[in-house]
Each structure stands twice: as structure tokens, then as C-alpha cells.
Design a protein around this ligand. Structure first.
Ligand SMILES: [Zn+2]
Ligand SMILES: [Zn+2]
Length: 139
């Protein structure tokens, strides 16, 4: 299986390249997909009609051709995350895809040493079957 690589950040709804500790790393990206209604253009954030700039904080995606609009979460859940990883548990390197859906996972916050519930995309290492997480960046 060959993953579809993005040509530019503009083609991605989501992109991350990070070190996950213990020698593991994850690079993951989600490519924009064509409008499900007209199929003529990539769905994107609606643009401000005055400035022409995308409204990045918008909770919706819109087709620039036909104006079809979908709520952000509903649209994102139809997309696929492409993942290249080095497993932090067994050092296996592989690639996989998973639906772009976040779920709550329990994780130890290294600063406070308390467990916290955070949103993450999860996938399983093809070799050791450990579940791996791509968490939202903590700020
Ligand atoms: Zn359209
Ligand atoms: Zn593994």
C-alpha cells in the first residue's frame, strides 16, 4: 500500500510530524477531498467574501464551486488519516490509514503526573499490536 503524499500543506486538513518518545515517531496527514455534491473542487474553509481569505476558525467546510456546506466534524469524519510511524514499543516502521475520528483516551500528563482524558486518533502497530495515539497538541 502506497500512501498518497501531500504536495503542499494547502492540500491538508491536518498534518503532524512528531516524536512520540522512546525512539518512536509519527507523521500523519489528512488530505482534503472533493465536494461530495458536485465533485468539482476540494472542500475547504469558507472564505471571507470581503478579503477572500479562508475563515480558519469556521466550524464548517464549504465547496468553493457549488457552495455546499457541511459541519466540520461531520466532514472530517468522512476523511482518512494517512500515517507513517516508527512504533515506540517495538521500533517497527510501517504505514497505515485510519478514519479521521478522534476518541477520548486516558493519558498520563508528564508535568502533573495526573491522568487526563484527551482526544486522540488511534491506530494499532502492525507488528506488536499495541495501540498508538496521535493526541491533540497540548498547549
Ligand atoms: Zn460542490
Ligand atoms: Zn509495535
Amino acid at each position: 500500500m502506497e500512501l498518497k503524499q501531500p504536495n503542499s500543506m494547502g492540500e491538508c486538513v491536518y498534518y503532524t510530524d512528531r516524536d512520540v518518545g522512546n525512539g518512536g515517531s509519527v507523521r500523519a496527514w489528512v488530505l482534503k477531498e472533493n465536494c461530495p455534491k458536485c465533485g468539482k473542487a476540494l472542500m475547504g474553509k469558507p472564505r471571507n467574501p470581503k478579503t477572500g481569505k479562508p475563515k480558519l476558525r469556521s466550524e464548517e467546510y464549504q465547496c468553493p464551486e457549488c457552495g455546499y456546506t457541511v459541519p466540520k466534524q461531520e466532514y472530517e469524519e468522512t476523511l482518512t488519516v494517512n500515517i507513517q510511524y516508527t512504533c515506540p514499543h517495538c521500533k517497527h516502521q510501517d504505514q497505515t490509514t485510519t478514519p479521521f475520528k478522534r476518541k477520548k483516551v486516558q493519558r498520563l500528563n508528564e508535568e502533573t503526573q495526573k491522568k487526563q482524558s484527551i482526544d486522540a486518533i488511534t491506530f494499532t502497530c502492525s507488528k506488536c499490536n499495541q495501540e498508538l495515539f496521535i493526541t491533540k497538541k497540548m498547549k
